[in-house]
Design a protein around this ligand. Sequence first.
Ligand SMILES: [Fe+2]
Ligand SMILES: [Fe+2]
Length: 204
Amino acid sequence: MKPALETVSTEQRETPKPANRDKPFLTDVIKLREKARQDLAKGAITPAYKGDPEQTINILQSVLATEIVCVLRYTMNAIAAAGIASESIKEEFSTHANEEQVHVQLVGERINQLGGKPDFNPATLTSRAASQYVDTETLVDMIKENLVAERIACEHYRELIEFFRDKDPTTRRMLEGILEKEEEHANDMHDLLVAHQGKPELPH
Ligand SMILES: [Fe+2]
Ligand SMILES: [Fe+2]
């Protein structure tokens, strides 16, 4: 035998209301929906975006170029170091090249999300990059140049993280993740330099 259906009044069937139903969102939900429907071509850029998308894209183009130069430098080092150094150093350079490639991808995708086109033009690459591509012969020089490049990237990204703080938290968080990896890279290069050259003297 089926159980008897419970008698539920219309009042009881209604979805429970939130405690603070007058202001569940900072912006009224109807307005929020209307705003989202405007300017669909702007993709992820909504009216509450506090940054200047064009400026953000330009800054990220320079970050992209910096990362591409890092991929090229570590890839060249991983190949050139093979003959003059141990396999472990070659591996280290190669790992860094792969990690820089991940950064290239992340930054390129963020430029795309903001409505820009990632600039991969090799002709203007070095003028847009913060780090330099320096041709090196010896292993110690390779390590030194990588350490210099990583320190430039760390300094550059620290400034950018401050700049984007509340203007564009997504870009800021991406840069924070990249900075964490660049600090690791700088530390790896420092340790390699000490291992191959001895501890550099601290400035007086
Ligand atoms: Fe990087
Ligand atoms: Fe790096």
